[in-house]
Design a protein around this ligand. Structure first.
Ligand code: HMG
Ligand code: MG
Length: 322
């Protein structure tokens, strides 16, 4: 039944880059939280809920929904309980979708759990200055706040994700030593976080810097399987930086639909890398994400229109212009 002769086409060089990337990548869309937290005009709760549902309908399996932080610090997240209440029925489009929320302390954790959260994210910084500006405490104090969260999370069966901010540069202290970053990652994992997302909060990192940092992460014995990457795109380097992460074995990428966002405590920093741009790049690499790019572009257009700006995604702009 087989032919007597078969010509073999060596696709080695073409497949080189693809074979270095994981076959599948999980995207965590942080748009409804990181993307919106910096918006000065309050976005209606119903609009946030609609955005989350549209992201889920586009195939995203993890959407960071809101933040149980102090509304005095971040007014835009003040409707956290209402957002979660509207998402409580996890049937239909939300079935199988994780909806983590930020929790900086036990008060935030308790509020999140009461509102139905099954996953929270604690956030620490790699520099003292950013820790103080963002959460009004030292790095060590932030860990003291996480301890009771970790305890309570076991009891309540709630998953905890960790973040380390300013991993590639700090708006207050400049360059950050990779060892300061790996120290925080290690502590978060040792405490029980299932994964730590490495945040380039001000989007100043470069491919070389990411590579150096990941060298250090691995040298410290931290498995890249337990790390996600969370890159803001201020300097337009995020896609290149993500590619470096993927080549090194990272399989979880945070991004924000329409490239929304910025951090209220990192002046001038722009949004996260746009989810549409990440999906477009991953599609080109043959990496599966389960995300429907057209539906995602529609979700981005929806929220961009609601907040009165054009999507900060090159891929979305190109697709919408067709
Ligand atoms: P504080 O003022 O030091 O807190 O803030 P406190 O414990 O002294 O309490 C003061 C008041 O806040 C009290 O109320 C508390 O009840 C209340 P009062 O008696 O005055 O009426 N409070 C809370 N209310 C609601 N929820 C809470 C809560 N905790 C206390 N959880 C605190 C400390 C951590 C609360 C504050 O600094 C804060 O909320 N910071 C959050 C800042 C933030 O959300 N930043 C953006 C997210 S992080 C980020 O974007 C980076 C990331 O994307 C990764 C990356 O890009 O690198 C994750
Ligand atoms: Mg961020």
């Amino acid at each position: 039944q087989c032919p007597p002769e078969v010509k073999i086409v060596d696709v080695g060089p073409r497949d080189g880059l693809r074979s270095q990337c994981p076959p599948e990548v999980k995207i965590v869309d942080v748009g409804p939280r990181d993307g919106l937290q910096n918006e000065k005009t309050l976005v209606e709760t119903a609009c946030k809920v609609e955005l989350i549902k549209r992201l889920a309908a586009a195939g995203l399996k993890c959407v960071e929904a809101t933040a149980f932080v102090s509304p005095k610090w971040v007014p835009q997240m003040g409707d956290h309980a209402e957002v979660m209440a509207a998402l409580k029925e996890k049937d239909g489009v939300l079935s199988g979708v994780d909806l983590p929320v930020l929790a900086p302390n036990l008060k935030g954790f308790e509020g999140a759990v009461a509102a139905g959260a099954q996953e929270v994210a604690v956030f620490a910084a790699a520099t003292e200055s950013f820790s103080k500006k963002n959460t009004n405490c030292s790095i060590a104090e932030s860990f003291d706040r996480f301890l009771p969260i970790m305890e309570a999370s076991k009891e309540k069966n709630v998953r905890v994700r960790g973040y380390v901010s300013v991993a590639l540069g700090c708006p207050y202290e400049g360059a950050v030593a990779p060892q300061a970053v790996t120290g925080v990652i290690k502590k978060l994992l040792d405490m029980g976080c299932y994964e730590v997302s490495i945040g380039d909060t001000i989007g100043c990192g470069t491919a070389g810097g990411v590579s150096d940092l990941l060298d250090c992460v691995e040298a410290e014995g931290i498995a890249l399987d337990h790390c996600a990457i969370h890159f803001h795109d201020t300097y337009g380097q995020a896609l290149a930086n993500i590619l470096v992460g993927l080549q090194r074995g990272v399989k979880v990428v945070d991004s924000s639909v329409a490239g929304l966002g910025g951090c209220p405590y990192a002046k001038g920093a722009t949004g996260n890398v746009a989810t549409e741009d990440v999906v477009y790049m991953l599609n080109g690499l043959g990496v599966s994400t389960g995300v429907d790019l057209d539906k995602l572009v529609d979700a981005g257009a929806f929220i961009s229109e609601k907040i009165g700006r054009s999507p900060a995604s090159r891929a979305a702009s190109a697709i919408l212009a067709k």
